[in-house]
Each structure stands twice: as C-alpha cells, then as structure tokens.
Design a protein around this ligand. Sequence first.
Ligand SMILES: [Zn+2]
Length: 208
Amino acid sequence: MDKIDNLTEYFSKFPGIGTRQAKRFVYFLLTRNNGYLNELSDLIQELKKDIKVCESCCRFYTPNNSSNNPNLCNICINKNRDRNILMVVAKDTDLTNIERVGNYNGMYFVLGGFVSVLEKYPKQKIKIEKLLNIIQKRMENKELKEIILALSLNPDGENTMEYVSDILKPLVEKHKLKISTLGRGLSTGTELEYLDNNTFENAFKNRV
Ligand SMILES: [Zn+2]
C-alpha cells in the first residue's frame, strides 16, 4: 500500500465519506503547499489538547479559563437557559445545528452515537448511563419536567429512540416527566444535522 492509499483509508473512515471522496481529499492535499499541510497537521495534533467534554451535556467544547465552572460548557453554565427541558441528541453536529437555527432555549445531552438495530452492546455505543445520572441529579434539584428525544428519523435514529425511551421509562413514570420526540414535522430520513429553521420550529412545536 502506498501513501496515497494509506491516507485514503484514513479519510474513508470519516462519517459520510466513501473511498472515492477520500481519494479526492488526498489528491487535493497533494496540490497544497507545505505551509498548508503543516498547519493542518498541527491543528489535528492539537485538537484534543484544548477541547474537553462537558460534564453535564457531554458535548465537546473549548473551556473558558475565566469561567467559574471550567468543567461545564457555555450552554450548561448559562443561567438564562430553561433547565426544565432536556433535549437528547445523537451527535455534537446535531446540537450545533439546533443552536444555529436557534429558538430552542433548553438544555442538551449528547449521546455520542446511535444504537443500530442489530447492536449487541448498546450500552457501549451511547452514553446512556451518564444520561440516567444527569436526569437523576436534575430530579434531585427539581430541575426537570420534559425530555425531548431529538433523533434523526432513520432506522438507527428510531432504534436509538426506542432503546433510550425503554431505559428511561421507569424514571419518567416515577417522576411524572414528560417524554416527547420531534416525530411529527420531520419527514422520514431527515437528518437533524441538516435541519433548516422552519422544519425545526415545526417539529419542535408539534412534538409528541
Ligand atoms: Zn454542557
């Protein structure tokens, strides 16, 4: 395997990238100058150094050194956000997109992936234990009324939704929480990552 094939293999592991696109990335890099390549490889090497995982919502964020609570992201420390609603999403990109279209003012939790239909070890695929802990904690502080499962309407998303709601069921019933999904208003196959303002607003208003 030469270096072109080797790097192609790395890129083809990226989400949504096939071998052909991966190869185009490699040839693109070959046309760049050394300055560009050095900067890119520096950025990749430094990426995990300054980025943390938020202790509350589990998203990746850049800590603000002047913050009173450096273990929490800017959404979780924001006192103006509505702590009664917790929106559960699969990926960081879903969260950033919902923030971008932005009329949601509640809190989040990032599961970190999906549970596929035939998955044997779902607990290892998503942060379900952590989600349970967070919900417990919020309940102790009387801070939670509704959980919204905001997952894409594709087979993985729907299976994850079922898995999570089954696990949350006892807690939800015990504390009389409302659990809803963005079902209506999203068409089948919709990726949350690519939502536009109106679709999100409708789906949010019509949550069931
Ligand atoms: Zn957070």
